[in-house]
Design a protein around this ligand. Sequence first.
Ligand code: AMP
Ligand code: MG
Length: 484
Amino acid sequence: MKLDELKVECDYFDFDEKFYQKVEPQALYDAYLISYSKQACDLISLDYSECKTQEFVDFVNGKKILKGSIPYSQAYAGHQFGYYVPQLGDGRAINFGSVDGWHLQTKGAGLTKYSRQGDGRAVLRSSIREYIMSEAMHALGIPTTRALAIIGSNHPVHRSYEEEETAAIVLRMSPSWIRIGTFEYFAKQKDTKHLKQLLDYVIDNSYSHLKNLDYSYERFYFELVDKTAKLMSQWMAYGFMHGVMNTDNMSVAGLTIDYGPYAFMDNFEMMCICNHTDVEGRYSYNNQPHIAKWNLEVLAYALKDVCDVNKLIEYLQTFMSANQKHYLELMNKRLGLDDNLSGDSNLNLVVSLLEALEVSKCDYNCFFWELTNINSLEDFSNVLDIVPIRQPLEEWFEKYKDTCKKQNQDFESMKKLMKKTNPKYVIKNYMLQESIEKAKEGDFTLVNDLLEIAQSPFDEHKEFERYSKPTPQEHANLQLSCSS
Ligand code: AMP
Ligand code: MG
């Protein structure tokens, strides 16, 4: 389909105007295309050839408004680092409406009523990071928003005294942009009509099977608890750290949203903190499921006037056990262990693995990739060759071998399972940084190459063999700042 043939629907204007603002995007000057995603085009049936036109750049830049589209920003509130902030909102995101259920939104498109002290812009580096990572998460089967394209510009942006940066815009797509913070904002109005309207909207968009059922609001909450428990297990099993799990960055559709100072962990570290601003480690790796549960509790209380809050809180108590169950299932897969043979008896094996990985300073995802490549349960040398300290893992392999024997795990089936679960490539921060350095010089080839690797991490990418190796020590587990 051509750009002009896309059927855009805007469904947010039934809400009272205090919940959104109609805005005019402020285009970047000298904007140019950096990259577009064919996979994302397919989701809205957009011809790839359209993405190479000036019209497409104008569309992402907010200069060309499609038929049926009325740009707007959403109001929301949120708990940031545990403290309630009553007024947040899309301070630099502008929604264009939805195509085939995908709500299109640009990030960095200029000032809105919700910009507060911000400039409404997003810098090139953070835009490249979001663009590539959302596609990488999707390829690992982790629920996430998506990204259609990224444009750059010569538009100057100031984030630090040392460096003048340039602005970029990512066109993001999601089945829903509603956050726990959106509910907090509506709840603050003390008007159950609005809250119900938002619940109906979310159910329509993301839980349509619950429509017209008794207790649909409570059921929505229960399902979100389940989805979030699973999402957290996926983040944990793949070593993903979001970095800013404020309630305004938590999706009520159970998706990973708002990519900031995130990281796929390099060396395994239980208390790893990826966000430089997070001094106390509120959003450290190991805290993530606990924080997700805390955020869901905030949601439960935001719904107290329209749901039986005791029922919600009671259901929330299932969160940790559901999370652990999914996590163990995934970790079994990553270790090649058939659940039917091991049941839930491998928790100790996993816990001792994590301890061994941490002490041996092992690159987390590379461990699983090397394990996938062992030729027999008698020879783990390829795995041991990637760690600076071998002994903890040598000891753990004895336990692993014992477990495989006791559970009658079949070696060939183990290999098959691991090949499906453990990607050769995981996008690490240092790779993104390399692509950012090049992009700053006007060379976007690595951005496009990384996108391809991100979208097919289980495939061979011969030219990028080095990216399947452990992160160079000088780049491992570095923290990033929130400034974006
Ligand atoms: P984030 O931490 O990126 O999720 O942002 C938290 C809040 O700050 C959201 O309401 C954003 O819209 C807003 N915000 C962040 N950066 C900017 C900016 N440069 N201009 C305007 N608003 C911003
Ligand atoms: Mg955000």
